[in-house]
Ligand binder design. Structure first.
Ligand SMILES: O=C(NCC(=O)N1CCC[C@H]1C(=O)O)OCc1ccccc1
Length: 719
């Protein structure tokens, strides 16, 4: 394989931090300023090495055309009813952004209502959220540019299709919830944001406040309604209740636990004129609470308070003390209550996760009693849409081999049966040739961990198959079955095996699974992922030389930490938009919100835990004399072929993580004679953390990732 002449990045030895008495040098600190000429040059030099490596793969063009062909099927989201019309998103196949259509009836003609593709040539302007007024006459919507978390809020008249004049700025991580007089919305703003705010800056997002905006007025007249001046890190979620009488306020400080306040807004004839008087009903940050619906003053929340698998609880806003709370749907001993929505006046639609697969139930709002469980294949409910006043319920079902099928039920019928409403065919793809299985493998401490494995039916466990092992393991996120074109190309044309490991830190088994993989338990998730690799190798699905591991964001941390800990266990590693500097992540944009999973180096105990795991701080030449593990790659020890990916407008996980880690890898391994595997980084422009990425950029990125795997593992691709 080609030798790599990695650019020599300056090491500024003068930068040394003192963490509770421990000195830690950070000689790539200069890479934390994306606007510096030297940082820009570093990025250019890296891309100049990576681009040719990815482009000079013999099967690249076939991979790209096959991805494009397989991608080109119509994608729908669930329809929803607003006013007397129905709206739905549809992507005809290769459009950069999905288009919003409107129709008078569900089987009639649909017209384009909003086409975000008109907003930019390259599709980098995304429509990220829409919220309709109660009367359906106005749609509030948000736009994001180049994948940034920053959005602008706009208002469109649904009769004329024309926008109101105002544009709301400085908005991020915000609800958009209408008052029921259709006169305006509650939303959250960062009023004290200094300097540029386009997603390429790294400044911390603090002092978010809740405002009320009146339609057809300038943002400068918006009314400050809720603030927590002594909590600059609070993000303030808000929901106007289904009856319109209450504003439910859900402040959270990080990514776990929130409190609950409410304000009476139904009695404000002209809407809020200033700060709202708040009644606090949850006083401690110790559990999650999500507003589901309310009947008069009885408010229903989905919570893990005294219920790690979550339950539905009813709180009387007029008598909110905890000893008066009523359980409406009790916690299930094993299954996780994933979400619940009100539909058709008195029905609750409740979705559970049962061994990582979705279960869908209709329950009675008054009693919580089960009415029926809807028939579902093995897979995931990836979308739902119901209306509090109307009987139509839509839900979308997906799995590894099924693209989103949308079903419709009429909840007013005595017998509720889902009928297919949108069934999409993927051309040139025969799901019958593939098979999905779920295994439960043992981790290092004996914990049983679920894993999905997808492969061709005629697959042989001879250890020769390439394998793509994907993981996340954090933030209560559950990796349920999903339809992925890129993964199907890997399985079909690399003769590959896809494995999804549901490691600890996720939400697959509720709060206890999340707790078992975060803070001082973070290493459990890494152990689970390494055990997944060992399972796949020892069972003959693959070998370490043909095993590629992949993860994004927190999953990028997972991948980078695993190649530091077990460099010889994997053939290739793909770490996308990873959190890689665990001592400094909390200083940038929304990073401080992740302390609920990671802890902060400001605390001495957490500092020690983070230093032990932090990818940036644990790069070392593999120890040739360490005891051999029979499952590892033969030959002299080296890091696997590694590809890091980031983007210039990623303001969720700022690019500096990947830039610094790349420099550290090169510094440590450039002179290691056995290091012949490439250590590369791909820095994308006009792109962010991933949300809203146009189809063209997604296909380009997946082409690069598959080409990287194919080339670095020397896989014979078959087309
Ligand atoms: O930071 C997160 N979420 C966690 C996140 O994005 N993480 C956590 C670690 C890195 C990255 C990831 O894994 O995608 O979201 C910010 C937010 C948005 C809206 C309301 C509240 C909070």
């Amino acid at each position: 394989s080609m030798a790599f002449n990695y650019p020599v990045a300056k090491r500024d030895e003068s930068v040394v931090d003192d963490y509770h008495g421990t000195k830690i040098s950070d000689c790539y600190r200069w890479l934390e300023n994306p606007d510096s000429p030297e940082c820009k040059e570093f990025v250019e030099q890296q891309n100049a090495i990576t681009k040719p490596y990815l482009e000079n793969f013999n099967a690249r063009e076939e991979i790209k055309s096959r991805l494009t062909q397989l991608w080109n099927f119509p994608k729908y989201l669930c329809s929803s009813r607003h006013g007397d019309r129905y709206y739905f998103f549809k992507n005809s196949g290769l459009q950069n952004q999905s288009v919003l259509y409107v129709q008078d009836d569900l089987h009639g003609k649909a017209d384009v209502f909003f086409d975000p593709n008109e907003l930019s040539e390259d599709g980098t302007v995304a429509l990220t959220k829409t919220e309709f007024s109660e009367d359906g006459k106005t749609m509030c919507y948000s736009l994001s540019k180049s994948g940034s978390d920053w959005i602008t809020i706009h208002f469109r008249d649904t009769q004329t299709g024309r926008d109101y004049p105002e544009v709301l700025e400085k908005v991020k991580f915000s609800s958009m919830t209408w008052s029921h007089d259709n006169k305006g919305i509650y939303y959250a703003m960062y009023p004290e944001q200094q300097g540029k705010a386009d997603g390429s800056e790294t400044d911390s997002n603090e002092h978010q406040k809740l405002y009320y905006h009146r339609l057809n007025t300038p943002q400068s007249e918006d009314v400050l309604v809720v603030e927590f001046p002594d909590q600059p890190r609070f993000r303030i979620g808000a929901d106007v209740s289904h009856c319109g009488n209450y504003l439910i306020i859900l402040p959270q400080k990080d990514c776990k636990d929130n409190m609950v306040y409410f304000a009476e807004i139904g009695s404000l004839p002209d809407g809020p004129q200033g700060l709202l008087p708040l009644t606090q009903i949850v006083h401690k940050l110790e559990s999650d609470y999500e507003y589901v619906t309310n009947v008069g003053s009885k408010c229903i929340f989905r919570t893990n308070k005294d219920a790690p698998n979550y339950r539905l609880v009813s709180i009387d806003l007029e008598n909110p003390s905890m000893d008066q709370w009523k359980t409406l749907v009790a916690e299930h001993p094993k299954d996780v209550l994933d979400w619940a929505i009100l539909s058709n006046v008195d029905k609750l639609v409740v979705c559970y996760i049962h061994d990582v697969k979705s279960l869908l139930q209709i329950r009675d709002l008054a009693t919580g009693n089960l009415i029926t469980q809807l028939p579902l294949d093995v897979g995931t409910v990836t979308g739902v849409s119901g209306h509090k006043k109307h009987p139509e319920l839509f839900f979308q079902f997906s799995s590894f081999l099924t693209p989103g099928v949308i079903y419709m039920c009429d909840l007013s019928k005595p017998v509720i049966e889902p009928v297919p409403y949108r069934v999409v065919e993927v051309k040139d793809f025969n799901p019958a040739l593939y098979e999905t299985e779920q295994v439960f493998y043992s981790s290092k401490d004996g914990t049983k961990v679920p894993m999905f494995i997808v492969r061709k039916k005629d697959f042989k466990k001879d250890g020769n198959s390439p394998c793509l092992l994907y993981g996340y393991g954090g933030f209560n996120v559950s990796l349920q079955p999903a339809f992925s074109v890129m993964r199907l190309v890997f399985i079909q044309h690399f003769n590959g095996v896809l494995a999804i490991a549901n490691i600890r830190g996720g939400g697959e088994y509720g709060e206890s699974w999340h707790n078992a993989g975060r803070l001082f338990n973070k290493q459990n998730g890494l152990d689970d992922f390494q055990a997944a690799a060992e399972y796949l190798i020892s069972e003959g699905y693959t070998s370490s030389a043909r095993l590629a591991i992949q993860g994004g964001s927190n999953g990028g941390l997972l991948v980078a930490a695993c190649i530091n800990q077990r460099p010889q266990l994997f053939g290739a590693a793909i770490a996308q938009v990873g959190v890689l500097d665990m001592l400094r992540f909390h200083k940038f944009t929304i990073g401080f919100a992740w302390v609920s999973d990671y802890g902060s180096s400001d605390d001495p105990e957490h500092f020690r835990n983070l230093l032990a795991i932090s990818p940036l701080h644990n790069v070392k030449v593999p120890d040739e004399d360490a005891p051999r593990n029979a499952l590892e790659r033969p030959g002299a020890r080296q890091y696997p072929a590694t590809l890091l990916l980031t983007a210039d407008h990623d303001d969720r996980v700022v690019p500096l993580h990947s830039l610094k880690f790349t420099a550290q890898l090169h510094h440590t391994l450039r002179d290691h004679p056995a290091q012949t595997n490439p250590l590369l980084i791909r820095v994308e422009t006009k792109a962010g953390h991933g949300g809203g990425k146009p189809t063209a950029k997604q296909i380009e990125e997946h082409t690069d990732i598959l080409s990287f795997i194919g080339r670095s593992l020397n896989i014979p691709c078959v087309f």
